[in-house]
Write a protein that binds this ligand. Structure first.
Ligand code: FUB
Length: 447
């Protein structure tokens, strides 16, 4: 059993980003558009921030400075690739307006096209939509000097059909529109037309995908007495007409709910946002959960989970507080100087927490690390496979770290070689009658 320096660990933690819901906690991210390019999963969100000092009154809505991009690395680690575009680099944009709302990125041929809304410097509209092109999904993008003519609105959502034809969906007022794009992806090929036959109510954030030859037109649908929901309609043509099919996510009291849908490694995933870290609807965080399709092609409603998607493996932090099941313990926002996130706390004798689906590889995992804080003298926690009385694979004796907010990392050799994917159950034990055993932030498998 070894204790690892807290300083080294802090550096490590800021580079290894969190992976369960919300997907990242080091910055605020909203409006996530997920895409799979050449088998790799990317997410293109907007970012929320606090208004600059002295300008708070100007930003009663959102304060959005530009875009980062993320990719999924390993089993469940989201890598932040930094700024893709900042607001003052928009060639046609009004400066310092923090108006970079929901973006999208799509591949056509061997080029990547990134679409974004911004406030135009010519004052011609609330938002216009611009585009940039790159040979790489993460840029750098060459930004067009002018916005796409004939389009005023927000929430660009792109769709490229199997025949190579591309469509731009967007929102404006309270309705949704679609326009076919020319081959150059930078101009519309026909006047935008309103997407018809959708129920009344404010709509935005539309996203089109195709599954088994059926076109799914999905959108945020707002009701005065219900708030933001995500709904969908289906049709045989990307331009419609569509038949309304109902909601795929109920209102989750998150202010807005911009989404996207992608198939990755044979599973369909809904990306959306909520305000988990901030508790404030204008400082959002992106999330993801699996979608279930029924045999008739309709979708079951997606219920938001903490566990989210992905199978952590060797090298991915396991955010144990994003549990599937907990007994006799609680979770809370992490204490002390740790990066944003949650911890398992109020752990008692024989309390336990279960986290489903961790990939041990083919016996590759040899060690386990744990990040914990302890304000009492002595106890242990055990990591078991599949249930609270399952095989024990790691045992961590713990003692006083300096208090309940003083974090340390310990590591131990795994008690056996484990192969394949298993649920982990952490069981907490106190050997001298203490009422609280430890605060546990995360676990990590290593070679
Ligand atoms: O993020 C700003 C706006 O809020 C987006 O454009 C909408 O879709 C909503 O999420």
């Amino acid at each position: 059993m070894k204790r690892v320096s807290s300083v080294i660990l802090l550096i490590l933690v800021t580079q290894i980003l969190l992976a369960q819901n919300p997907l990242v906690t080091h910055i605020f991210t909203a409006d996530p558009t997920a895409r799979v390019f050449d088998g790799k999963l990317y997410v293109y969100p907007s970012s929320d921030t606090y208004p600059p000092a002295g300008r708070e009154a100007e930003f009663p809505r959102f304060c959005m400075p530009g875009y980062h991009a993320f990719s999924l690395e390993n089993g469940s680690t989201w890598k932040d690739h930094g700024w893709i575009l900042k607001e003052n680099d928009v060639p046609w944009g009004e400066k310092d307006t923090y108006a970079m709302w929901a973006p999208d990125c799509i591949k056509k041929g061997d080029k990547y096209y990134y679409y974004y809304p911004a406030q135009p410097a010519d004052g011609s509209a609330f938002r216009r939509i611009g585009v940039g092109v790159s040979d790489n999904p993460l840029g750098p993008f060459e930004w067009e000097k002018v916005y796409i003519k004939g389009v005023t609105g927000i929430d660009p959502g792109l769709f490229v059909d199997d025949d190579g034809k591309a469509y731009l969906f967007f929102g404006g007022g309270k309705e949704l529109f679609v326009a076919p794009l020319k081959d150059n992806m930078k101009e519309i090929a026909a006047e935008p037309k309103k997407v018809e036959h959708l129920p009344a109510g404010y709509k935005e954030g539309s996203f089109m995908f195709k599954r088994d030859s059926l076109y799914y037109f999905t959108f945020a649908h707002v009701f005065a007495d219900e708030g933001y929901t995500i709904a969908y309609a289906t049709g045989d043509n990307p331009m419609g007409p569509f038949t309304y099919r109902g909601k795929m996510m109920d209102n989750i009291e998150n202010g807005t709910n911009h989404h996207s849908i992608v198939e990755y490694q044979d599973k369909w995933i809904l990306f959306y946002h909520s305000w988990d870290i901030s508790g404030y609807s204008k400082l959002r965080s992106m999330r993801a959960d699996y979608i279930n399709f029924k045999s008739d092609g309709t979708m079951s409603k997606v219920i938001p989970t903490m566990r989210g998607i992905g199978v952590p493996t060797v090298g991915d932090t396991i955010q144990i507080d994003r549990y599937n099941e907990i007994s006799g313990a609680q979770t809370a926002f992490v204490s002390g100087d740790e990066p944003n996130g949650w911890m398992v706390c109020e752990t008692r004798m024989m309390s336990s927490v279960r986290f489903n689906k961790v990939d041990f590889g083919e016996g590759k995992a040899k060690k386990m690390k744990a990040r914990f804080a302890c304000g009492q003298r002595k106890g242990t926690f055990e990591v078991r496979l599949n249930h609270a009385k399952g095989e024990m694979v790691a045992e961590f004796p713990v003692s006083y770290t300096g208090g309940w907010s003083k974090w340390e990392t310990i590591e131990t050799e795994l008690l056996k070689d484990v192969e394949g994917i298993h649920d982990l159950v952490v069981v907490f034990k106190a050997d001298w009658g203490s009422t609280k055993i430890i605060n546990l932030n995360w676990l990590l498998l290593e070679e």
